[in-house]
Design a protein around this ligand. Structure first.
Ligand SMILES: Nc1nc2c(ncn2[C@@H]2O[C@H](COP(=O)(O)OP(=O)(O)OP(=O)(O)O)[C@@H](O)[C@H]2O)c(=O)[nH]1
Ligand SMILES: [Mg+2]
Length: 303
Protein backbone atom coordinates (compact mmCIF):
# COMPACT_ATOMS: atom_id res chain seq x y z
CA UNK A 1 0.00 0.00 0.00
CA UNK A 2 1.24 3.47 -0.80
CA UNK A 3 1.58 6.07 1.82
CA UNK A 4 0.84 9.32 0.06
CA UNK A 5 -0.47 12.54 1.56
CA UNK A 6 1.91 12.48 4.48
CA UNK A 7 1.52 16.27 4.73
CA UNK A 8 -0.41 17.52 7.72
CA UNK A 9 -3.96 18.80 7.48
CA UNK A 10 -3.26 22.28 8.84
CA UNK A 11 -5.41 24.28 6.50
CA UNK A 12 -8.45 22.01 6.48
CA UNK A 13 -10.10 24.16 9.13
CA UNK A 14 -9.54 27.24 6.99
CA UNK A 15 -10.78 25.51 3.87
CA UNK A 16 -14.08 24.51 5.47
CA UNK A 17 -14.63 27.61 7.59
CA UNK A 18 -17.36 29.05 5.35
CA UNK A 19 -19.12 25.71 5.12
CA UNK A 20 -18.84 25.37 8.89
CA UNK A 21 -20.61 28.70 9.29
CA UNK A 22 -23.47 28.00 6.87
CA UNK A 23 -23.99 24.37 7.81
CA UNK A 24 -23.36 24.39 11.55
CA UNK A 25 -22.84 27.91 12.89
CA UNK A 26 -26.02 29.42 11.49
CA UNK A 27 -28.20 26.53 12.67
CA UNK A 28 -26.73 26.48 16.16
CA UNK A 29 -26.92 30.27 16.52
CA UNK A 30 -30.50 30.47 15.43
CA UNK A 31 -31.96 27.75 17.67
CA UNK A 32 -29.67 27.16 20.65
CA UNK A 33 -31.70 29.37 23.01
CA UNK A 34 -35.01 27.66 22.21
CA UNK A 35 -36.49 25.22 24.72
CA UNK A 36 -38.17 22.77 22.39
CA UNK A 37 -38.11 21.69 18.77
CA UNK A 38 -41.39 23.38 17.93
CA UNK A 39 -42.64 23.36 14.33
CA UNK A 40 -41.42 26.91 14.08
CA UNK A 41 -37.89 26.00 15.20
CA UNK A 42 -37.81 22.95 12.93
CA UNK A 43 -38.92 25.02 9.92
CA UNK A 44 -36.15 27.45 10.63
CA UNK A 45 -33.62 24.65 10.89
CA UNK A 46 -34.88 23.10 7.67
CA UNK A 47 -34.49 26.38 5.74
CA UNK A 48 -30.96 26.87 7.01
CA UNK A 49 -29.82 23.35 6.17
CA UNK A 50 -31.31 23.50 2.69
CA UNK A 51 -29.67 26.84 2.01
CA UNK A 52 -26.36 25.31 3.14
CA UNK A 53 -26.80 22.85 0.23
CA UNK A 54 -27.41 19.75 2.26
CA UNK A 55 -30.28 18.82 -0.06
CA UNK A 56 -34.00 18.53 0.60
CA UNK A 57 -34.07 14.79 1.16
CA UNK A 58 -31.30 14.62 3.71
CA UNK A 59 -32.50 17.78 5.46
CA UNK A 60 -36.05 16.43 5.81
CA UNK A 61 -34.72 13.25 7.33
CA UNK A 62 -32.62 15.11 9.88
CA UNK A 63 -35.43 17.46 10.82
CA UNK A 64 -38.16 14.82 10.92
CA UNK A 65 -36.14 12.75 13.39
CA UNK A 66 -36.45 15.62 15.84
CA UNK A 67 -40.21 15.99 15.51
CA UNK A 68 -42.31 14.81 18.43
CA UNK A 69 -39.38 13.41 20.43
CA UNK A 70 -38.26 14.84 23.73
CA UNK A 71 -34.80 13.40 24.24
CA UNK A 72 -32.84 15.89 22.18
CA UNK A 73 -33.18 19.60 22.95
CA UNK A 74 -32.21 22.54 20.74
CA UNK A 75 -29.13 23.11 22.88
CA UNK A 76 -27.95 19.62 21.82
CA UNK A 77 -28.32 20.33 18.11
CA UNK A 78 -24.58 20.56 17.51
CA UNK A 79 -23.96 17.07 18.87
CA UNK A 80 -26.95 15.73 16.98
CA UNK A 81 -25.71 17.08 13.64
CA UNK A 82 -22.15 15.99 14.31
CA UNK A 83 -23.18 12.43 15.03
CA UNK A 84 -25.52 12.22 12.03
CA UNK A 85 -22.99 13.70 9.63
CA UNK A 86 -20.22 11.35 10.71
CA UNK A 87 -22.53 8.36 10.41
CA UNK A 88 -23.51 9.41 6.89
CA UNK A 89 -19.88 9.73 5.80
CA UNK A 90 -18.91 6.42 7.35
CA UNK A 91 -21.83 4.68 5.64
CA UNK A 92 -20.75 5.79 2.16
CA UNK A 93 -17.81 3.40 1.98
CA UNK A 94 -14.08 3.59 2.50
CA UNK A 95 -12.50 6.95 1.73
CA UNK A 96 -9.07 5.40 1.17
CA UNK A 97 -7.84 5.35 -2.41
CA UNK A 98 -7.89 1.86 -3.82
CA UNK A 99 -4.27 0.96 -4.58
CA UNK A 100 -2.27 -2.20 -4.92
CA UNK A 101 1.02 -3.53 -6.28
CA UNK A 102 1.39 -3.43 -10.05
CA UNK A 103 -0.25 -0.86 -12.31
CA UNK A 104 -2.95 1.38 -10.79
CA UNK A 105 -5.15 3.23 -13.29
CA UNK A 106 -7.17 6.23 -12.16
CA UNK A 107 -9.81 7.42 -14.63
CA UNK A 108 -10.66 11.07 -14.02
CA UNK A 109 -14.00 12.50 -15.19
CA UNK A 110 -16.14 15.57 -14.65
CA UNK A 111 -17.65 18.54 -16.50
CA UNK A 112 -15.47 21.32 -17.83
CA UNK A 113 -13.60 23.56 -15.46
CA UNK A 114 -14.12 21.56 -12.26
CA UNK A 115 -10.39 20.91 -11.84
CA UNK A 116 -9.66 17.51 -13.45
CA UNK A 117 -6.31 18.43 -14.97
CA UNK A 118 -5.21 20.22 -11.81
CA UNK A 119 -6.19 17.18 -9.75
CA UNK A 120 -4.07 14.97 -11.99
CA UNK A 121 -1.11 17.32 -11.57
CA UNK A 122 -1.52 17.26 -7.80
CA UNK A 123 -1.94 13.48 -7.68
CA UNK A 124 1.07 12.93 -9.94
CA UNK A 125 3.11 15.12 -7.62
CA UNK A 126 2.02 13.21 -4.49
CA UNK A 127 2.71 9.84 -6.07
CA UNK A 128 6.08 10.95 -7.39
CA UNK A 129 6.99 12.21 -3.94
CA UNK A 130 6.25 8.79 -2.53
CA UNK A 131 8.67 7.27 -5.06
CA UNK A 132 6.23 5.92 -7.63
CA UNK A 133 6.65 5.77 -11.39
CA UNK A 134 3.84 7.93 -12.78
CA UNK A 135 2.41 8.25 -16.28
CA UNK A 136 -0.41 10.57 -17.35
CA UNK A 137 -2.57 10.11 -20.45
CA UNK A 138 -3.79 13.24 -22.24
CA UNK A 139 -7.17 11.91 -23.31
CA UNK A 140 -8.77 15.33 -23.43
CA UNK A 141 -8.17 15.73 -27.13
CA UNK A 142 -11.14 18.03 -27.56
CA UNK A 143 -10.16 21.34 -26.01
CA UNK A 144 -7.32 23.24 -27.65
CA UNK A 145 -4.44 23.58 -25.18
CA UNK A 146 -5.72 20.82 -22.88
CA UNK A 147 -2.79 18.57 -23.73
CA UNK A 148 -0.35 21.41 -23.29
CA UNK A 149 -1.80 22.18 -19.85
CA UNK A 150 -1.41 18.56 -18.78
CA UNK A 151 2.12 18.54 -20.18
CA UNK A 152 3.05 21.49 -17.98
CA UNK A 153 1.56 19.82 -14.90
CA UNK A 154 3.27 16.52 -15.59
CA UNK A 155 6.67 18.19 -16.02
CA UNK A 156 6.18 20.09 -12.77
CA UNK A 157 5.32 16.85 -11.00
CA UNK A 158 8.13 14.91 -12.69
CA UNK A 159 5.71 12.45 -14.34
CA UNK A 160 5.75 11.14 -17.93
CA UNK A 161 3.00 11.77 -20.45
CA UNK A 162 1.38 10.10 -23.45
CA UNK A 163 -0.15 12.62 -25.84
CA UNK A 164 -1.11 12.58 -29.48
CA UNK A 165 -1.99 15.99 -30.73
CA UNK A 166 -5.68 16.01 -31.64
CA UNK A 167 -5.71 12.22 -31.75
CA UNK A 168 -8.53 9.96 -30.70
CA UNK A 169 -8.99 9.90 -26.91
CA UNK A 170 -9.46 6.13 -26.74
CA UNK A 171 -6.29 5.64 -28.82
CA UNK A 172 -4.29 7.77 -26.40
CA UNK A 173 -5.45 5.58 -23.52
CA UNK A 174 -4.71 2.41 -25.50
CA UNK A 175 -1.15 3.54 -26.08
CA UNK A 176 -0.73 4.72 -22.48
CA UNK A 177 -1.76 1.33 -21.09
CA UNK A 178 0.73 -0.42 -23.38
CA UNK A 179 3.50 1.90 -22.29
CA UNK A 180 2.55 1.62 -18.60
CA UNK A 181 2.63 -2.16 -18.74
CA UNK A 182 5.78 -2.43 -20.83
CA UNK A 183 7.72 0.04 -18.71
CA UNK A 184 6.29 -1.05 -15.36
CA UNK A 185 4.65 2.15 -14.21
CA UNK A 186 2.93 2.14 -10.82
CA UNK A 187 0.37 4.81 -11.64
CA UNK A 188 -1.50 5.84 -14.80
CA UNK A 189 -3.72 8.92 -14.50
CA UNK A 190 -6.17 9.44 -17.37
CA UNK A 191 -7.30 13.02 -18.05
CA UNK A 192 -10.54 13.39 -20.01
CA UNK A 193 -12.51 16.15 -21.69
CA UNK A 194 -15.14 18.01 -19.70
CA UNK A 195 -17.03 19.25 -22.69
CA UNK A 196 -17.79 17.86 -26.12
CA UNK A 197 -20.44 19.07 -28.56
CA UNK A 198 -23.15 17.84 -26.22
CA UNK A 199 -23.77 15.69 -23.17
CA UNK A 200 -24.46 12.60 -25.27
CA UNK A 201 -21.09 12.87 -27.07
CA UNK A 202 -19.27 13.40 -23.81
CA UNK A 203 -20.82 10.33 -22.19
CA UNK A 204 -20.16 8.28 -25.36
CA UNK A 205 -16.50 9.26 -25.32
CA UNK A 206 -16.13 8.43 -21.64
CA UNK A 207 -17.67 5.00 -22.07
CA UNK A 208 -15.44 4.39 -25.08
CA UNK A 209 -12.31 5.19 -23.06
CA UNK A 210 -13.63 3.13 -20.17
CA UNK A 211 -14.17 0.14 -22.43
CA UNK A 212 -10.58 0.36 -23.67
CA UNK A 213 -9.42 0.11 -20.05
CA UNK A 214 -11.93 -2.67 -19.35
CA UNK A 215 -10.60 -4.67 -22.28
CA UNK A 216 -6.89 -4.08 -21.89
CA UNK A 217 -6.34 -3.81 -18.16
CA UNK A 218 -9.53 -4.43 -16.19
CA UNK A 219 -7.71 -5.50 -13.02
CA UNK A 220 -5.61 -2.31 -13.06
CA UNK A 221 -8.53 0.12 -13.01
CA UNK A 222 -8.52 1.09 -9.34
CA UNK A 223 -10.51 4.32 -9.26
CA UNK A 224 -13.08 5.97 -11.50
CA UNK A 225 -13.15 9.44 -10.01
CA UNK A 226 -15.80 12.09 -10.58
CA UNK A 227 -14.38 15.55 -9.99
CA UNK A 228 -16.89 18.06 -8.63
CA UNK A 229 -16.46 21.74 -7.90
CA UNK A 230 -17.65 22.35 -4.32
CA UNK A 231 -19.16 25.67 -5.37
CA UNK A 232 -21.74 24.01 -7.59
CA UNK A 233 -23.52 22.65 -4.52
CA UNK A 234 -26.62 20.58 -5.30
CA UNK A 235 -25.92 20.86 -8.98
CA UNK A 236 -22.98 18.54 -8.36
CA UNK A 237 -25.41 15.87 -7.27
CA UNK A 238 -27.17 16.04 -10.63
CA UNK A 239 -23.83 15.83 -12.43
CA UNK A 240 -22.89 12.79 -10.39
CA UNK A 241 -26.11 11.01 -11.40
CA UNK A 242 -25.38 11.55 -15.10
CA UNK A 243 -21.79 10.31 -14.84
CA UNK A 244 -22.87 7.32 -12.76
CA UNK A 245 -25.01 6.20 -15.68
CA UNK A 246 -22.14 6.42 -18.18
CA UNK A 247 -19.26 4.98 -16.15
CA UNK A 248 -19.04 3.04 -12.93
CA UNK A 249 -17.80 5.72 -10.54
CA UNK A 250 -15.93 4.57 -7.46
CA UNK A 251 -15.36 7.91 -5.77
CA UNK A 252 -15.57 11.69 -5.85
CA UNK A 253 -12.86 14.34 -5.66
CA UNK A 254 -14.28 17.61 -4.39
CA UNK A 255 -12.26 20.57 -5.59
CA UNK A 256 -12.22 24.25 -4.68
CA UNK A 257 -13.35 23.56 -1.14
CA UNK A 258 -11.16 26.49 -0.13
CA UNK A 259 -13.45 29.44 0.22
CA UNK A 260 -16.60 27.50 -0.65
CA UNK A 261 -19.66 27.75 1.59
CA UNK A 262 -21.23 24.73 -0.08
CA UNK A 263 -19.04 21.92 1.23
CA UNK A 264 -22.18 20.26 2.60
CA UNK A 265 -22.40 18.63 -0.80
CA UNK A 266 -19.93 16.03 0.56
CA UNK A 267 -22.69 14.87 2.88
CA UNK A 268 -25.42 14.99 0.25
CA UNK A 269 -23.31 12.83 -2.09
CA UNK A 270 -22.55 10.34 0.65
CA UNK A 271 -26.21 10.17 1.67
CA UNK A 272 -27.91 10.06 -1.70
CA UNK A 273 -25.39 8.29 -3.89
CA UNK A 274 -23.45 6.26 -1.34
CA UNK A 275 -20.34 7.45 -3.13
CA UNK A 276 -17.35 8.28 -0.93
CA UNK A 277 -15.46 11.52 -1.36
CA UNK A 278 -11.81 10.44 -1.28
CA UNK A 279 -9.94 13.59 -2.22
CA UNK A 280 -10.41 17.29 -1.58
CA UNK A 281 -8.81 20.21 -3.38
CA UNK A 282 -8.04 23.13 -1.12
CA UNK A 283 -6.18 25.48 -3.47
CA UNK A 284 -4.54 25.90 -6.85
CA UNK A 285 -1.04 24.82 -5.93
CA UNK A 286 0.50 21.42 -6.41
CA UNK A 287 0.45 20.63 -2.66
CA UNK A 288 -3.19 21.67 -2.24
CA UNK A 289 -4.70 18.22 -2.34
CA UNK A 290 -5.78 16.23 0.66
CA UNK A 291 -7.01 12.79 1.35
CA UNK A 292 -10.55 13.07 2.68
CA UNK A 293 -10.77 11.74 6.22
CA UNK A 294 -14.33 11.87 7.60
CA UNK A 295 -13.25 12.37 11.22
CA UNK A 296 -10.95 15.26 10.36
CA UNK A 297 -13.57 16.87 8.14
CA UNK A 298 -16.20 16.66 10.86
CA UNK A 299 -13.81 17.93 13.54
CA UNK A 300 -12.92 20.88 11.29
CA UNK A 301 -16.62 21.64 10.74
CA UNK A 302 -17.53 21.46 14.41
CA UNK A 303 -14.70 23.40 16.01
N1 LIG B 1 -9.17 27.51 -5.49
C1 LIG B 1 -9.03 26.36 -6.15
N2 LIG B 1 -8.94 26.35 -7.49
C2 LIG B 1 -8.82 25.17 -8.13
C3 LIG B 1 -8.79 23.94 -7.42
N3 LIG B 1 -8.66 22.94 -8.33
C4 LIG B 1 -8.63 23.53 -9.54
N4 LIG B 1 -8.73 24.87 -9.45
C5 LIG B 1 -8.75 25.86 -10.54
O1 LIG B 1 -9.85 25.60 -11.40
C6 LIG B 1 -9.55 25.98 -12.74
C7 LIG B 1 -9.90 24.86 -13.71
O2 LIG B 1 -9.04 23.78 -13.46
P1 LIG B 1 -8.72 22.65 -14.54
O3 LIG B 1 -7.87 21.65 -13.86
O4 LIG B 1 -8.22 23.24 -15.80
O5 LIG B 1 -10.17 22.07 -14.81
P2 LIG B 1 -10.61 20.91 -15.84
O6 LIG B 1 -11.71 20.15 -15.19
O7 LIG B 1 -9.44 20.15 -16.28
O8 LIG B 1 -11.20 21.77 -17.05
P3 LIG B 1 -11.47 21.28 -18.57
O9 LIG B 1 -10.23 20.60 -19.03
O10 LIG B 1 -11.76 22.54 -19.31
O11 LIG B 1 -12.66 20.38 -18.55
C8 LIG B 1 -8.07 26.36 -12.74
O12 LIG B 1 -7.96 27.76 -12.71
C9 LIG B 1 -7.54 25.76 -11.44
O13 LIG B 1 -6.44 26.47 -10.91
C10 LIG B 1 -8.90 23.97 -5.98
O14 LIG B 1 -8.90 22.97 -5.26
N5 LIG B 1 -9.02 25.21 -5.40
MG1 LIG C 1 -8.69 19.67 -18.15
Amino acid sequence: MFNIFSNAFDNLKNAVSKTAQTLVGNVVDSIKSEDEFSDFVLDDMEDLLISADLGVKYTSELVDNLRGQNKIKPKDVKDYLKKSFLETLNNAGSTKLNLSDGLNIFFITGVNGVGKTTLIGKLAYQFKRSGKKVLVAAADTFRAAAEEQLDIWSKRAGADIVRKDKGDAAAVVYEAIDKANAEKYDILLVDTAGRLQNKFNLMEELSKIKSVIDKKAPESLKECILVLDANTGQNGLQQAKIFLEAVNLTSVALTKLDGSAKGAIVLAIAKELKLPVKLIGVGEKMEDLKEFIPNDFIEALFV
